[in-house]
Design a protein around this ligand. Structure first.
Ligand code: NAD
Length: 493
């Protein structure tokens, strides 16, 4: 059985993949993209550099499965059964998938274990939606008139995903699109494509018909562009940077094609003096070191009430120094390497830039040295204080383990500072005063507000951004609706 085959793959030999199209993995192409470990430099995997012809073949397979093979008309309970079977197979193969995910995206194994658990939960939740989705009936339209509102799957969906959470980002889309009755072509990041391909193989073992799930690997400029502009793709669901998202939205606009965008963020944790400060220390630390800060919803800014600021930051720096930075396979590691050298240099460049603009480096801020780190791109938890709202480090997404600290005196000032970036993904507020929590939460311009916690996630809750963090929602009932077209049928009796 394919699932057992997955588990017996040798751990330290690299994998070479073709694309997954129409139910099977093709031979690898002549041109390959090598993925080396950002933590130790080993060759981990070789992915086929896809072309527009590969995208054409994948979209044709997805369209055939949608229309002629009747995936669109399969009952919700049949689709739910397949999704639950897929969830079982993912759980059975979790150890192997955890390893692939941790190695390629250089996340600590602990993070990857969490990621796999979320993936299983999201798949089961989406399965439950497949059997509970409802339409509307209108009987008050006048004599002998009846109105029906029904939902129909929108067709072939192109899914373009990033490298920071290759599986979570994919599963905030995939099971919902499948539950809705859509077929899909996935374009994973060229840095982290293994798990999407392995999931497609597991889905085939679970019994998903050929062509329902396809994966084409390769670059954004070749595969991503071809998928975005393909006339038979009805919707592009994109997760990635705001710059690429803007470009994709422009192309979809020209083609009058639906698009959903999950983009960057610059979240703030607002800590009031009346908060449980010990809990806030844990939440703020987690918010910027989780996955090395390579998190769209990271709490990369701390807005701290002036009266408690100095003591809070000095305790935070002490805790930050105890964070274990290590190899993805080190079970004790809390954080691992940054995704590649260029990204590490960008993160360190921001830290230097912040200092030039007047911020004070309190801890971290340099590439880690020493035997365990020499072949990788490791940066420890970094705290910049005295950050003002005019600085680039305050306004731009750094996407590394860097916290920018700004003091405030009043509630109004805290809200104003939190909203003073182009992004609007997630913010946090810490206080024991429930009135204050709700007053502040209502005024924060973000798709998510965490209160007395940070970076919690549940499949039931819709997630997405406002402002330049994008539009569209993933998870929750909203996620299913992203993939459905609404139709009215007006009947004269
Ligand atoms: P990216 O925008 O560089 O790439 C994302 C994906 O788009 C990749 O698969 C890439 O190959 C593809 N791509 C690149 N150029 C393309 C083009 N011209 N046409 C079509 N596809 C193209 O982002 P990244 O560096 O992989 O990921 C980091 C970014 O993702 C950060 O900004 C982060 O905030 C964001 N992100 C957002 C969320 C969210 O839910 N809002 C979640 C995770 C990551």
């Amino acid at each position: 059985m394919e699932a057992q085959l997955l588990q017996t793959q040798p751990v330290h030999s690299h994998r070479t993949y073709g694309h997954f199209i129409d139910g099977s993995l093709s031979d690898a192409s002549v041109t390959l993209i090598d993925r080396h470990s950002p933590a130790d430099g080993r060759l981990l995997a070789r992915f086929s550099a896809g072309t527009s012809q590969d995208v054409d073949a994948a979209v044709a397979a997805a369209l055939k499965a949608f229309n002629r093979e009747n995936w669109r008309d399969l009952s919700g309970s049949a689709r739910a059964g397949l999704l639950n079977k897929l969830a079982d197979l993912i759980a059975d193969n979790a150890d192997y998938l955890v390893r692939l995910e941790a190695e390629e995206s250089a996340k600590a194994t602990k993070m990857s274990v969490y990621e796999l658990a979320m993936v299983v939960e999201m798949t089961r939740f989406a399965a439950s939606l497949a059997v509970t989705e409802k339409g509307e009936t209108h009987t008050q339209l006048g004599p002998l008139s009846l109105g029906l509102v029904t939902k129909e799957p929108c067709g072939v969906v192109g899914m373009i995903v990033p490298w920071n959470f290759p599986l979570i980002c994919l599963f905030q889309k995939l099971p919902y699109a499948l539950a809705a009755g859509c077929t899909v072509v996935i374009k994973p990041s060229e840095l982290t494509s293994s798990t999407a391909l392995e999931i497609a193989r597991l889905a085939s073992t679970a019994g998903f018909p050929q062509g329902v799930i396809n994966v084409v690997t390769g670059t954004g400029t070749a595969v991503g562009e071809a998928l975005t502009s393909h006339p038979d793709v009805s919707l592009i669901s994109f997760t990635g940077s705001t710059g690429v998202g803007r470009h994709i939205a422009g192309k979809c606009g020209e083609a009058v094609k639906r698009v959903a965008l999950e983009l960057g963020g610059k979240g703030a944790n607002i800590v009031f003096a009346d908060a449980d400060l010990d809990a806030a220390l844990d939440g703020v630390l987690f918010g910027f070191v989780f996955n090395q800060g390579e998190v769209c919803a990271a709490g990369s800014r701390l807005l701290i009430e002036e009266s408690v600021a100095d003591a809070f930051v000095s305790k935070l720096a002490e805790r930050a120094k105890r964070i274990v930075v290590g190899h993805p396979m080190d079970k004790n590691a809390d954080m691992s390497a940054l995704i590649h050298e260029g990204h590490m240099n960008k993160v360190l460049g921001y830290v230097a830039d912040g200092q030039k603009e007047g911020a004070i480096l309190t801890c971290g801020g340099e590439r880690l040295q020493g035997q365990a780190y020499d072949n990788g791109f490791f940066v420890g938890p970094t705290i910049l204080t005295e950050v003002t709202s005019s600085m680039r480090v305050f306004r731009e997404e750094i996407f590394g383990p860097v916290l920018c600290v700004t003091k405030f005196k009043t509630q109004e000032e805290a809200i104003h500072l939190a909203n003073s970036t182009d992004f609007g993904l997630a913010n946090g507020v810490w206080s024991k005063d429930i009135d204050k929590i709700f007053t502040v939460a209502r005024q924060l311009k973000s798709g998510t507000v965490f209160a007395n916690t940070f970076l919690e996630a549940a499949p039931q809750l819709p997630q997405g951004g406002v402002k330049k963090s994008g539009f569209g929602r993933e998870n929750g009932l909203d996620a299913l609706n992203e993939y459905l077209d609404t139709k009215q049928t007006y009947v004269k009796l």
